[in-house]
Design a protein around this ligand. Sequence first.
Ligand SMILES: Nc1ncnc2c1ncn2[C@@H]1O[C@H](COP(=O)(O)OP(=O)(O)OP(=O)(O)O)[C@@H](O)[C@H]1O
Ligand SMILES: [Mg+2]
Length: 257
Amino acid sequence: MGEYILETSHLTKEFKGFTAVSDVKLSVRKGAIHALIGPNGAGKTTCFNLLTKFLEPTRGKILFEGVDITSEKPAQVARRGMVRSFQISSTFPYMTVLENVRVGLQPTLGTSYNFWRSSRTLDQLNGRCMELLEHVGLAEFAHLKAMELPYGRKRALEIATTLAVDPKLLLLDEPTQGMGHEDVEMITELIKKVAANRTVLMVEHNMGVVGRIADTITVLQFGQVIAEGPYSEVSRNPQVLEAYMGSSDEALAGIGE
Ligand SMILES: Nc1ncnc2c1ncn2[C@@H]1O[C@H](COP(=O)(O)OP(=O)(O)OP(=O)(O)O)[C@@H](O)[C@H]1O
Ligand SMILES: [Mg+2]
């Protein structure tokens, strides 16, 4: 097995003649926290959608653990262990925190499980659920409804539900978006923690977070890779600084400081 868990070559997505992702070569090292950054509209989310197969590439190839997954379906890719953490809206607001994680764990019961089986079937998952909640700092909130959680904790719950399937590669699109300082800290630490035994690929606007936890950073502009490397290099790259200059994105103002 090679050193990269995920590789793309010539990855391209055109929307009616507009190229949102252009000839992108990504190499995500196994075990790393890899950040994808770039100004608004640079193609980051489109890139994610291509990787998780929510969009068909116009051209190019995607390899996961050395296997060509370019023509696979989203479910197949998820089964291989590449899982995207969806937005907070993907949790069930009226279910408890514990029940939300239990839904994530249900596939581990295998085909013998049916939704209408006795609640005891589900209860056998509670131990594992609590372990997961412990891991993400949500144990004390287990019996609250998801909707009752503070914003940052909702994001932690969303990450916990993805961890239920023990992904090899976890994709996070702007995990600290819309958060205050304390929540940003909490989620940053959480990402570091969950990355201990897996690979994380994240889109992140907050340069403080990227600088602190990302091992490798790929910078996109107009759909193209303009720089790649550790924060210390990328943040001094003249092309990157220029890409961010005049950016209306305040969160990015920290780059180069
Ligand atoms: N379905 C679509 N049809 C047409 N154009 C699209 C579509 N999806 C994205 N685009 C365009 O592709 C470009 C890249 O969009 P994308 O959402 O990938 O950027 P981004 O880097 O995630 O931006 P942001 O930082 O704002 O989240 C944008 O110009 C966007 O308008
Ligand atoms: Mg985006």
